[in-house]
Design a protein around this ligand. Structure first.
Ligand code: BDP
Length: 733
């Protein structure tokens, strides 16, 4: 390593060489009208001329001190060179000595002399933790440049992606001074991917994991997956479905997982696996999986040893137990804590964690489904080992277009709780409908649990600050498949993006992230940005309105959950039927969760319970989640409940019509391929919003016996018609 990174003169790239490179680049890059969305937020298309002119002098040289390039430093170098070349049409000189103005210096505290050389002190890096970074404009011996500094290489990687994002979003570098560190430790995607390459609730083609050909064949896509995630700060991935096959833990499949771990490692992404609780029986030859049986403990210990031999930085297990037919500790009369601790003890010597899911509800339990997880788990607070984190869905039922926050958040102070969001849109129109989920994530994260007084937001539970937990996490059920655009539509990419950005900082605003995503995806045209932002910010509420307005939930068709099915009442378990959730009859509609009803409100802190229990304070958006009300209940709008319900359905359809028309105005500004696919999907969405509206109104009219308000169009078809609509081959099921 050179002790001094300051040098003398910059050798500019000879003009003819640059010109040649540009010609080659323009021949090789596809025309703007053939953008299939593969590049996600790493498009690196040339910036507008004025932006290029502004940045070029600032990015002439990339300095990475040290003679050895670790795989992570190599990844940084590749990304920076490719990014700058694409965005600025300028190839930065990679060197280990500063030769003039316009350098980007990439240093860790290990390259201590370099850090000092960059005018930084240990104190500058102290607050950055293991993954944070700073990006700062500096002048070194008269030479102007930018430094990216971190305590280790993972931070440098994140900082490098951030610098590229600054260019993509048009942020000035001259006085840049950013320091950033993640608020949450485990920032993971959960893939519900099966070993046959089908994806549970996946709407973007087959699994990207080509299990069959792994570990011998490594699809280059794995690297792009890692890059895309690292750019957001995602640092782990659970490879297989929570409805897990025990085969994932066999030697053959561990070798495949290990191959993926090797690809992801330079990008700071650890591999995790969903573990089937009964694996000791299914692949271990034992006759029990009882957590109290020493042979079972031994089996898991040995399994963990084997995994860590293959994957030294293996992250740990995700477990769905005693839920929807999955095996678990209850099968042996043991608690969730006893089950979780069994696996935790096996992982502990290796530093692994258990993410134990709280998504449980039991067959034959007559209790309100919304209450069951809390009832099962809260009494166990304090009984989990310290490498267990309980993974809780954002709401108490199941990834609905809108739910109140889960009452477990704030209710288990001695247990770290991690958030589980669904990024794939199982209940929000699959990949076909445009729904930007940022506002939904934001709504939940900023919800106040009141667990330790006002201001005890869900975000503070999840980032560990409320109850002083070091182990913290957030998971997003991935919407990724092998579709060229990864997520089935361009706008679905925004949901992966916003999940990752909020996982890094749960206080980021959905709107700001939407704007940022639009820039990295479509460029800087103000009309595209303003129109796109309008569409995105209205989209989730539109889905709520045309599917499940006013706090209704789970009215989707059976099994695949696509399209309306509010009439369904014949499924084996009561809580599988939409009628269980809306409880509509001639007199009224809604689920009474006050003390007169299921008393689910009592699972919230008193201040929140009081708010939810009050018909006026709860607000229209969650009204029917907590209250059963007569059809003529007077709403704050001046309409009665029936009229308001119909109004919301109409409002939802109108909002989609507006989005579609807005998108049309962007045709001249967006490449043909991305424009056209989005336009077609918006047509589908408008048609299906109308279908949802018509079918729902037809059904609720049949139970309420009420007339449609004046001027409201009747449903296009009969209720019988809507009931007969069937999608036997809907994906993801
Ligand atoms: C439900 C899905 C089901 C999942 C389950 C879960 O319909 O496919 O297995 O969640 O989260 O919403 O375990």
């Amino acid at each position: 390593m050179k002790s001094d990174v300051i040098g003398k003169s910059l050798t500019p790239l000879p003009a003819f060489l640059l010109a040649l490179l540009l010609v080659v680049a323009s021949v090789m890059s596809p025309p703007a009208n053939a953008d299939d969305g593969y590049d996600l937020w790493l498009r690196y298309q040339p910036l507008a001329a004025d932006a290029r002119d502004q940045y070029r002098p600032q990015l002439r040289q990339l300095i990475i001190p040290g003679s050895e390039r670790s795989p992570t430093l190599q990844a940084i170098e590749r990304e920076m060179v490719d990014g700058v070349r694409g965005l600025l049409a300028q190839v930065p000189v990679v060197d280990d000595r500063i030769q003039g103005d316009g350098f980007v210096l990439v240093v860790t505290s290990q390259t201590a002399q370099a850090v000092r050389g960059a005018g930084l002190s240990a104190r500058d890096l102290n607050d950055l933790g293991g993954e944070g970074y700073l990006i700062r404009a500096i002048t070194l011996r008269g030479q102007k440049g930018t430094v990216i500094a971190a305590n280790n290489e993972q931070g440098l990687l994140y900082g490098s992606f951030h610098l590229l994002r600054l260019l993509q979003t048009g942020t000035k570098l001259a006085n840049v001074d950013i320091s950033s560190r993640p608020r949450i430790g485990l920032r993971l995607l959960n893939h519900w991917d099966n070993l046959d390459r089908s994806v549970e609730r996946g709407y973007a083609g087959q699994s990207i994991w080509d299990w069959w050909n792994l570990p011998d064949v490594l699809d280059p896509r794995y690297i792009d997956y890692a890059r895309a995630n690292a750019a957001l700060g995602i640092n782990g991935t659970v490879l297989n479905n929570v409805n897990a096959s025990a085969d994932s833990l066999t030697g053959r499949y561990l070798a495949k997982a290990a191959a993926l771990a090797d690809v992801f490692r330079p990008y700071g992404i650890r591999v995790y696996l969903s573990a089937r609780f009964s694996a000791p029986v299914e692949i271990g030859g034992l006759d029990t999986a009882d957590p109290k049986d020493p042979a079972v403990q031994r089996w898991w210990n040995d399994k963990a040893d084997e995994i860590y031999r293959r994957i030294p930085d293996f992250g740990g297990f995700l477990v769905k137990a005693n839920s929807e037919g999955q095996p678990g500790p209850h099968d042996y009369g043991r608690s969730h804590a006893e089950g979780a601790n069994l696996l935790a003890r096996a992982l502990k010597p290796h530093g692994g964690v258990v993410m134990w899911r709280a998504f449980v509800y039991q067959q034959d339990n007559p209790e309100d489904r919304a209450k069951q997880a809390y009832s099962d788990f809260v009494p166990l607070d304090g009984q989990f080992d310290d490498n267990v984190i309980v993974q809780v869905k954002n709401g108490p039922i199941d990834f609905q277009p809108r739910e109140p926050f889960h009452p477990m958040f704030g209710a288990m102070p001695k247990t770290p709780l991690m958030m589980e969001f669904q990024v794939t849109k199982e209940y929000l129109g699959f990949a076909s409908h445009l729904a930007y989920l940022g506002p939904m994530y934001e709504e939940v994260l900023e919800a106040d649990t009141h667990a330790a007084g006002p201001g005890s937001t869900v975000a503070k539970v999840v980032d560990g600050s409320l109850h002083n937990h070091k182990l913290t996490g957030i998971a997003g059920v991935a919407n990724i498949g092998s579709a060229r655009d990864w997520t089935g539509s361009i706008f679905n990419q925004a949901n992966w993006y916003v999940f990752g950005r909020m996982a890094w900082n749960p206080d980021l605003e959905a709107e700001a992230i939407a704007r940022e995503w639009l820039k990295v995806t479509f460029g800087q045209d103000p009309q595209v940005l303003d129109t796109g932002l309008d569409m995105m910010m209205a989209s989730r509420q539109a889905v709520v309105d045309y599917m499940t307005p006013l706090g209704l939930a789970h009215l989707m068709a059976t099994g695949h959950h696509y399209g309306p099915g509010p009439w369904v009442s014949d499924l084996a378990r009561p809580e599988w039927n939409p009628v269980y959730y809306h409880r509509a009859d001639h007199n009224g509609i809604g689920f009474d969760r006050t003390s007169e009803g299921s008393d689910a409100v009592s699972q919230y802190a008193p201040a929140i319970a009081k708010q939810f229990a009050s018909r006026s304070a709860v607000g229209d958006d969650l009204l029917l989640w907590f209250h059963h009300l007569p059809w003529d209940y007077p709403m704050s709008s001046g309409r009665d409940l029936w009229e308001e319900l119909v109004h919301r359905y109409d409002r939802g359809v109108a909002a989609v019509g507006k989005m579609r028309a807005q998108w049309q105005t962007l045709e001249p500004l967006i490449d043909a391929e991305r424009f056209d696919k989005t336009a077609r999907l918006l047509q589908v969405q408008e048609r299906e919003a109308q279908w949802w509206r018509d079918a729902s109104i037809a059904y609720f009219q049949s139970v309420s016996g009420r007339q449609l308000p004046k001027g409201v169009a009747p449903p296009a078809r009969s209720l019988e018609y809507y009931k007969a609509v069937d999608y036997p081959w809907a994906p993801g099921h």
